[in-house]
Design a protein around this ligand. Structure first.
Ligand code: ASP
Length: 332
């Protein structure tokens, strides 16, 4: 064989190898999180650094749990509790104000192995609503408890109960005052559209045993009235998990996420249509919701640890961690 023939044969072999479909990746553990969706394009260097560093710290906390064989349930509760304790997010300590000047918090959790779930809505004195959601899931016959009943239950479960003033932050209070002043001036009464704010938090984790858990925690929307409840504590709307498909946590204009049953729809599309987690999630956020005028995003991961984080606003605080990588992003 002359040199030219050998060269052609070698290059044919190489090109055959290149066109082989990529091996399907499967990760031992994985975690994805969000810190809310909105319309910011430039938060300033200092704030951007604060968000990037707390997102990184949260991902590393999750990594420690999952790498050492901890459960996805523990990971979701621990990481969300950490974000709830930060005033940077609209959940726990940083919750926004209602029209009446209260902070009313919602949270939910779902475990994909046995499809058990728990949620609390409209609570004012539970320091970490995600812990209360877990107690509802594990230690009650119910899925959702609301308001004072949920607080009573959390007290019985010996969770940390705080005075409602714990949730006060000047920035969120000032935002409510601005909106109330605008309402007075224009005579128009409306909740704040989630077009400038961030902060609902969500985590989805896959542990070494193949169990997926998803959780979401929020203060809802500034100036909400009449004990309004959004999608975050509603299983199937803001949170969903099924070990056979994926786990999902949503953020955005809750009324749309409730009506379009967004979190469960990602899982159902995978189940009924055979779509990947990414295709299903992109379709819902960029087509179904976009066409309806619903704004926001979601995070999801499947049983192999594949992650997706689509949103149809200009920004969504988000990130994921797996044995091979750590990623955080704020904008597009
Ligand atoms: N989805 C939340 C709600 O409607 C708000 C948000 O995610 O920003 O209550």
């Amino acid at each position: 064989m002359n040199k030219l023939v050998i060269l052609v044969l070698v290059s044919l072999l190489v090109s055959c190898h290149d066109t082989k479909p990529a091996e399907k990746q499967s990760y031992e553990w994985a975690m994805v999180l969000h810190g809310g969706a909105g319309y910011a394009t430039d938060l300033g260097v200092e704030l951007e650094q604060s968000y990037a560093s707390i997102l990184t710290a949260a991902l590393k906390q999750g990594e420690t749990i999952l790498k050492n064989g901890g459960t996805s349930e523990d990971c979701v509760v621990e990481v969300i509790s950490m974000l709830e304790d930060s005033p940077l997010f609209n959940s726990g300590k940083g919750a926004v104000f209602t029209h009446d000047g209260q902070n009313e918090l919602d949270a939910s959790i779902m475990r994909g192995g046995d499809m058990e779930a728990g949620a609390v809505a409209g609570v004012r004195t539970i320091r970490n609503p995600i812990k209360a959601a877990r107690e509802v899931m594990n230690n009650s016959k119910h899925v959702m408890l609301t308001a004072r009943g949920a607080e009573q239950f959390a007290t019985l479960q010996k969770l940390d109960i705080v005075d409602s003033s714990y949730f006060f932050t000047q920035q969120n209070y000032d935002r409510l005052q601005d909106i109330l002043a605008k309402e007075k001036e224009t005579g128009m009464v409306d909740e704040e559209h989630p077009d400038s704010k961030f902060g609902t938090v969500g985590v989805v984790a896959l542990d070494k045993s193949g169990n997926i858990t998803a959780g979401t925690s929020t203060g809802g929307m500034t100036n909400k009235k009449y004990d309004r409840v959004g999608d975050s504590p509603i299983i199937g709307a803001g949170t969903y998990a099924n070990n056979a498909t994926c786990g999902v946590s949503c953020t955005g204009h809750g009324e749309y996420f409730i009506r379009y049953n967004v979190a469960a729809d990602v899982s159902k599309r995978m189940e009924y249509l055979g779509e990947s987690v990414d295709v299903a999630a992109q379709q819902i956020i960029h087509q179904t919701l976009e066409e309806a005028g619903g704004k926001g995003g979601l995070i999801a991961l499947d049983t192999d640890g594949n992650v997706t984080m689509p949103f149809n606003t200009t920004a969504m605080f988000r990130g994921y961690i797996r044995p091979d990588t750590l990623v955080t992003r704020l904008y597009d």
